[in-house]
Ligand binder design. Sequence first.
Ligand code: NAP
Ligand code: HSE
Length: 438
Amino acid sequence: MDENIGIGLLGLGTVGSGVVKIIQTPNGRNPLVGKLSIKRIAVRDLTKQREASIPQSILTERPDEVIDDPSVQIVIEVMGGIEPARTLILRAIKAGKSVVTANKAVIARHGEEIAIAAKEAGVYVLIEAAVGGGIPIIEPLKQSLGGNKISRVSGIINGTTNYILTRMDKEGADYSDVLKDAQELGYAESDPAADVEGLDAADKIAILSGLAFGGAINRDKIPTKGINSLNNRDVNYAKRLGYVVKLLAISERHSKKQNKNDSLPLSLWVEPTLVPEKHPLSSVNDVNNAILIEGSPIGQVMFYGPGAGSGPTASAVVADILNIAGIQMMGLHSSILDPLLSGSSWRKCHLAEEAEINQKNYLRLIAEDTPGVIGKIGTIFGQRDISIESIVQFDASEEGAEIVVITHKVNKGKLKAALLAISNLSEIKDIASHMGCL
Ligand code: NAP
Ligand code: HSE
């Protein structure tokens, strides 16, 4: 009898190659790694140059062949994209095979469908690599923090953008130049728009919220703003004011009561945000991610580490494989440990209106350099009961004066109305930028 656990991979790119590397070098690792045996790998292009350690005979351009191979017991989906990845995951489940995936785009949109199918089939779908790269965050949320009432999940959950922002902050580098480096380092998605437009972070916060608050999140309703229109000027002004700009993903219980259907209201958003230099998230640099969980009775706990890249992500994938392999080797039926390892949904959640998101704000206004303009801006905020933390005039040039305002917490609806009134002032030429602020 073959004592090995047969592994089939869908994809052999940045993450897939990292997984193969770990499995092919078991020395010094958990003994179970030595029991994993790669049987089949699906790729898009068979003619591509691959590592010499990968026999051409196990490669195929037909993912179905990986799933149908009787020697494959666990299917690893690391090809990315929504389709055919979703269909292949469901097909593997139907074939009675457990799945490990790093694909947050699929899980954020089809996680519930996949979890239900897995439960019915009595198999696992594990997703540790889908959020935070090498940081263990999925299993801690599902298991170790299970006794808490979570109030907020926030953090830096995209490595590419954090790498770009760090270099913009430290070197004054240009965003598009640094993006190329992030792609070469294997951090970015195949279409890096997903990173820089904040979509990848929105996928991840949807997944984390589902686990933290116990109900599926409508991914398409998450207000999302990326760093693609971020100006070096704002990074610079933030620094002068004692802040660092980070792309934050935030999910919190909304103050509104649960509605009649007992659905929990949440506020979720992704946005470039000014983080005070003293805040723990401000020193999370380069490709690192950090996720801050707040709840009762735990208080605050922060998970930190490399958020993207071949090795760290493969580390999370292999951890999931070992979880499943361990159970299979003990001959346990997967439902024995359910819901500790498989997806579970025990409550309904819904997103509160975007206008109800309550936060501090950073605003940069271009105005005529004339007396009284700061007073007029202050009056508009005051009339709407919006409290200003600071208002500073920076450079005055032929383009005008740059006025930077930091507000106290205010809901987005109220702020929008104030900004409309400000933009109608004859002295205001532009509301050049608007970000969140912690
Ligand atoms: P990648 O480098 O682009 O690799 C994708 C792999 O899938 C390639 O080997 C490609 O084949 C293969 N592939 C794509 N479409 C296929 C198809 N239709 N049929 C067969 N094979 C196909 O991507 P990656 O960076 O490894 O990312 C993979 C997944 O992990 C994505 O869901 C991503 O979001 C997630 N993830 C990535 C990271 C990271 O740091 N990169 C971190 C966490 C999660 P070829 O080699 O022939 O092109
Ligand atoms: N492109 C993603 C990132 C990969 O940069 O965070 C890790 O999920």
